[in-house]
Design a protein around this ligand. Sequence first.
Ligand SMILES: [Ca+2]
Ligand SMILES: [Ca+2]
Length: 511
Amino acid sequence: MKTLSLSIVLALSCAALIVSTCTVAAPPPASGLELAAANASGLDLQATNIDRDGDGYGVGPGLKGPDADDGDASVQTADHARAKYPGGSRASDGLSVFWRHRGYTPAHYYYLSPSGDDRNGKADDPSRPFATFEGLKAARRLTGDDAVIVRAGTYSEGPALAWPNPSGSQGHPILFLAYPGEAPVIDSIHDAGGGDPTAGNSDIVFDGLAFTNSVNPGLGRTFFFGASRVGGAARITIRNCHIYGRSNGVFAMQGLKDLLVENNVIHDTGSHSIYLGSRDVPNSDLVVRNNVLYKTGSTCAQHNGRVTGYLLEGNVCRDFVNASGFSLEMGVSNSIVRNNVASQGQREALVIYDYPSPDQKNYPGLMAYDQVGNVIENNTFIIERGNAHPTIRVDLGSAEQTQDIGTNTFRNNTLANAAAYAPVWYSSTECGRNEGLDYCMRGSDPSIQAARSTWTGNTFISGFPNVIRFLNDRPTTGKPPRPAPALIDRSYTLDQVQAQLKGWSGNVKKK
Ligand SMILES: [Ca+2]
Ligand SMILES: [Ca+2]
């Protein structure tokens, strides 16, 4: 977890500085994904999977299969892993040296296989796997440095991962790992679990598992942590998982710390693909990076409630309905949104939103807090024809609210909008009603000067760089907006989109 801690510290110090020269050490290169998000030359608007080493194996559909090591193009299977990292213990099925290379050092191995036998399952014996999660649960209360190695097959159990009091200890996590090169699928109508809602959970790693719900597609939360007043979760890692046809991919709330969600492919969800939040117990130091999120029933990734040190980075988000692509709501501060791509959605690519909470009685602590000190940089956000929303919306939900959502830094983003909406829409409070003006977008200069937030180096692409939107959609200029030039079409190829982006930008500059 050292790398994680380091990146969080750097992220925090950067967010706190809020200066244009701020540099944040990037995490290790993530092949195409970070490139894709960072600039249009690598823009992949139709991503369905993650293949970091380019060997054709990885996470998600459209690949040859799962990848034992997605950082090594010469390794795809357990045999490859054993050949490259020989000398592994028998308990590990000859893979302990490989697992160490992957960052995992279990003390005990428990194998699961649909062809196993719960009555005959035995620790540290790959020839004697358990057949079910329930069978293993009955036999063993997991502790730190226990590894559950899940072999290929379908597991249709209840809350398979809802172990009694599942917690390791710092530096000694409980590991749930797919067998190298295999794709076990947990197909269940239930919340798959992972957390105990009445107690805290810590130090758990999930790597390489797939989750779906073929009985009730779109229902069933997958990873489920916190979500109670006494809950909380620390040092939870979810990586290389393929989650589809469920309600949420990751649902975690309350007192979260050091949560790492990376390199997952989550799609065809009924609700938010990644839903993080807090109520009366704030979160800190959360990393959501390099995930591919699409066909999501709500946001690709939302954080609702207080958090500091939230790093949302390198994610590809597309085909999101009913909500924005990314959302920071009700108390996200001193956080970073960087190198993400959002496109082909139904609403804004990003919202920074405080809304009046009607639910404080049911959810104590759910109320609007300041959302300040955030850095939003190097993102590519595209709003296509037919989506009548701004690209970014910064909105204080009501005139009575007094929260500060204005002191944020927006730099070096590419913000494109084919609709008759401004690239950025502020609610009135951002500029201050004291000026007697009930709007915040002003002037013809695309480098928008919004009160107290910093805008620098952004590229605005829109047919209407001058349009002013009032809160509540009141007309602004006295003239109806002209029809938008529709230059981005979701059916376009990557090359076509890039060409159109160039052409569109050129058109704007001519005005
Ligand atoms: Ca690969
Ligand atoms: Ca590989």
